[in-house]
Design a protein. Structure first.
Ligand SMILES: C[S@@+](CC[C@H](N)C(=O)[O-])C[C@H]1O[C@@H](n2cnc3c(N)ncnc32)[C@H](O)[C@@H]1O
Length: 220
């Protein structure tokens, strides 16, 4: 991601933070799914165990963090990274209000401020499509994930069957992001146990795989 486009994303979310949770609820109502139940599906694909360290890239206001914290237990640690100070500030308020333990870090998805092999699992939920350099962001997620770690990417992209329904066609007209496909072409050949499905009433893709990236093994 170039400096300008990263800055643009940051500016958008620095203005949007106040309405973000409301807009999520609106999507839940208009598209007809339970937000929390669907988040559980994505978090479930991480196969988390007590004591593990899990990273969410583009953590936003932290809607997934209580689920991540619950899955890794008191001995584990969820870490949330985001480019927007305002989203992180809101996230911290919610964590303190709800008594959820997590570390928050301001940073950029294409240049993660972590060492190689730091995390047992990595999640990107709702921020992947908007990145200019998705290849680089994926490379970074794989770099900071241990070999054998689960990586989950979920974002807007409608299932084929949904595109032909009345509601599907209507939503596609107003939200072009829903026309996106899961980013399978970006995955290196050495991923293991690739699993692709759709959730959030078939409006989002959910891709997960096991990281087999070795240290220094470039993906280009
Ligand atoms: C649609 S929100 C998703 C938030 C959260 N994951 C959720 O499930 O509600 C996208 C988030 O990604 C963040 N983001 C966008 N571009 C980013 C980048 N290059 N690096 C880090 N975070 C980024 C935004 O600031 C925003 O908080």
């Amino acid at each position: 991601m170039t400096y300008d486009s990263a800055r643009r994303q940051r500016d958008v979310y620095n203005r949007w933070w106040r309405w973000y949770d409301f807009s999520t609820k609106l999507a839940e109502l208009t598209r007809g799914f339970s937000d929390i139940a669907e988040r559980r599906k994505a978090v479930g694909r991480l196969d988390l165990k007590p004591g593990q360290r899990v990273l969410e890239v583009g953590v936003g206001t932290g809607e997934n963090l209580p689920l991540l914290a619950e899955s890794v237990g008191a001995t584990g640690r969820p870490v949330g990274l985001d480019i927007s100070t305002a989203m992180l500030r809101r996230c911290r308020q919610k964590l303190d209000r709800d008594g959820v333990r997590a570390d928050l870090i301001e940073g950029e998805a294409t240049n993660l401020p972590f060492a190689d092999d730091e995390f047992d699992a990595v999640l990107n939920f709702g921020s992947f499509n908007g990145l200019d350099n998705r290849e680089r962001a994926l490379e970074e997620m794989m770099r900071v994930a241990k070999p054998g770690a689960k990586i989950v990417i979920a974002d807007e992209g409608m299932a084929k069957e949904r595109r032909n329904t009345f509601r599907g066609k209507l939503f596609l007209r107003f939200d072009p992001w829903l026309g996106l496909e899961p980013p399978l072409e970006l995955l290196p050949p050495n991923v293991r146990d690739l699993h692709i499905t759709w959730f959030r009433a078939d409006y989002w893709y959910l891709v997960d795989f096991v990281n087999e990236q070795d240290l220094g093994d470039g993906m280009t």
